[in-house]
Design a binder for this molecule. Structure first.
Ligand SMILES: [Zn+2]
Length: 100
């Protein structure tokens, strides 16, 4: 289970720093995609997306939901045990307005 605070992946301008280690950068990019997709439709129950699981060799896609009342984004692979929660995503450049 990945428990992630999105702010920890961003620089002062709200970008994913280019000098970040590759693995952390890939993870941050995945979280950004999850935030972008989730905040487009504000799912209250686990819902399918076309975001590919980042686990090597896993053919699964990512399911997402917004938990209430704390608005954490819960994401979960449809095939493997890859799963996590993202907090502090509100106001990032991938926030499409659920919290605005
Ligand atoms: Zn997976």
């Amino acid at each position: 289970m990945y428990i992630s605070n999105m702010q920890h992946f961003l620089d002062e301008q709200g970008n994913i720093p280019k000098e970040m280690p590759k693995e952390a950068r890939e993870l941050a990019s995945f979280f950004a995609l999850v935030i972008d997709t989730t905040t487009k439709f504000n799912p209250k129950r686990l819902s399918a997306t076309n975001i590919r699981c980042f686990e090597k060799g896993c053919p699964g896609t990512t399911r997402v939901e917004i938990l209430h009342p704390n608005e954490e984004i819960h994401w979960m692979c449809s095939r493997c045990e890859n799963e996590g929660k993202i907090s502090q995503w509100q106001g990032t450049k991938w926030d499409n307005g659920v919290s605005k």
